[in-house]
Design a protein around this ligand. Structure first.
Ligand SMILES: Nc1ncnc2c1ncn2[C@@H]1O[C@H](COP(=O)(O)OP(=O)(O)OP(=O)(O)O)[C@@H](O)[C@H]1O
Ligand SMILES: [Mg+2]
Length: 406
């Protein structure tokens, strides 16, 4: 349901409404018998309590009438007996309601327990501390696949003992599923790296590994001398800033969107960051400044503006490494100029990795990495590669766009 509601623009525009409604009806059909069962159980309970109550009343009335006839009690006592029996009705009703609620609670408890049993696949990390300031990045023979089964390093060890033919088949199968293959490079602290590659070549995947959203199956990633697995996750993610291709904004003020709801960051720091990034003019164009409310799903902001906000977010974190996954959509020249300025400012203080979709963006980096199907096909100093007429990079420059890669 959430997916359909979030994608309603695309669904309507592409005429998939009837498909979605059919899915919805199917969902309702699955839900109906369960609902009916639950209603039936609650009706049975209700009928039982009403039956009990009626029987109680009848007995009380009969006993009172009998005793009154025998002149054992007065009419007043008979009334009191009847009244007290009536008073019992309310607690019985409450018990029935509580029983119903208990059933719901039990179902919820089972779900919560199932959720708590889920274990993160990522080990929490050791207690190593990252060096302050810009971080050097090293990839050592990193292999990574999104498919969890069949590609674990332990299984790979087993496979290497298998007989020749089997192994060759396994390896060719494996090749299809690796998102990154045997990636090794070193980026010195303070330098900027530009990553180029076709769509699906593994650029964003590389960034996700640096943030430890996933762990590589084989190989090691280091910041300086410290392996990323040794660093506590929270500390690591404070030190690495990531501007994604598709920036998520929250239904909150510009301030909250920038600080991630951290009231400890004063407005002066936010304004300073925006000024440093050259965004103060942009801020003034917002109707209520930092208090301007943004909608969910980036409503009210263009993709470029959302990226600018994400820059400021990263800037407030003061990370040692900034990864920028450039938006592949076209930006208007003003926003593009603002973004370029912001990138320059960000890269002044830390190591940078820019996943570039436009050649103009990589003109500011020190090194270039070109990926193809998860493999590194070129890595080196930008100026050296630029001057080498046989390098992929200089061919791209001659062609004048990254479209050759696509
Ligand atoms: N969450 C995921 N689960 C499974 N496979 C994935 C996932 N994300 C990406 N992939 C696969 O991994 C490969 C690399 O994807 P990645 O997102 O890194 O490409 P990219 O180079 O960033 O492409 P683009 O330029 O379009 O952003 C692709 O084959 C893709 O299908
Ligand atoms: Mg990507």
């Amino acid at each position: 349901m959430g997916e359909y509601l979030a994608g309603r623009e695309d669904i309507r525009a592409n005429g998939a409404v009837s498909y979605v409604m059919r899915q919805f009806h199917r969902l309702l059909q699955q839900w109906l018998p369960i609902y009916q069962k639950a209603r039936f159980a609650s009706t049975v309970l209700w009928a039982t309590s009403v039956g009990l109550f009626t029987t109680g009343n009848a007995i009380a009335l009969a006993v009172s009438a009998y005793l009154w006839q025998q002149q054992a009690i007065t009419i007043g006592t008979a009334y009191v007996i009847f009244h007290y029996t009536n008073l019992l009705a309310q607690p019985i009703e409450r018990i029935r309601e509580e029983l119903e609620e208990l059933q719901q609670v039990e179902a919820s408890l089972q779900r919560i327990q199932a959720l708590l049993r889920v274990e993160a696949r990522l080990p929490a990390g050791g207690d190593a501390v990252l060096p302050a300031g810009a971080l050097a990045v090293t990839f050592e023979q990193v292999w990574f696949s999104y498919e969890e089964s069949g590609v674990g390093s332990r299984e790979l060890g087993v496979r290497s003992q298998q007989s020749g033919v089997n192994r060759a088949i396994q390896q060719s199968n494996d090749q299809k599923s690796w998102a990154l293959q045997n990636l090794s490079f070193h980026l010195p602290a303070g330098q900027a790296l530009g990553i180029l590659g076709r769509t699906g070549s593994g650029k964003s995947t590389l960034a996700r590994l640096l943030l430890r959203l996933y762990d590589p199956q084989i190989g090691t990633i280091r910041f300086g001398d410290v392996a990323v697995r040794q660093v506590p996750l929270k500390h690591l993610r404070q030190q690495v800033g990531f501007v994604t291709q598709d920036v998520q904004l929250f239904q909150a003020s510009v301030r909250d969107n920038l600080t991630f709801f951290d009231p400890g960051i004063p407005d002066s720091t936010i304004l300073e960051a925006l000024g440093w990034l050259g965004l103060d003019e942009w801020l003034q164009s917002l109707p209520a400044g930092l208090d301007t409310l943004l909608g969910a799903e980036n409503s009210g902001l263009s993709a470029g503006q959302a990226q600018l906000l994400a820059f400021a977010r990263v800037f407030l974190k003061k990370p040692g490494l900034v990864i920028l996954d450039e938006a592949s959509s076209r930006l208007d020249p003003t926003t593009e100029r603002l973004i370029e300025h912001a990138v320059d400012q960000l890269l002044l203080k830390c190591t940078g990795i820019i996943i570039a979709h436009r050649l103009a963006t990589v003109q500011r980096v020190d090194r270039i990495l070109i990926l193809e199907n998860g493999q590194m096909v070129e890595y080196g100093d930008r100026l050296t590669l630029q001057q080498d007429p046989h390098s992929r990079f200089s061919q791209l420059l001659q062609a004048g766009s990254t479209s050759m890669l696509r």
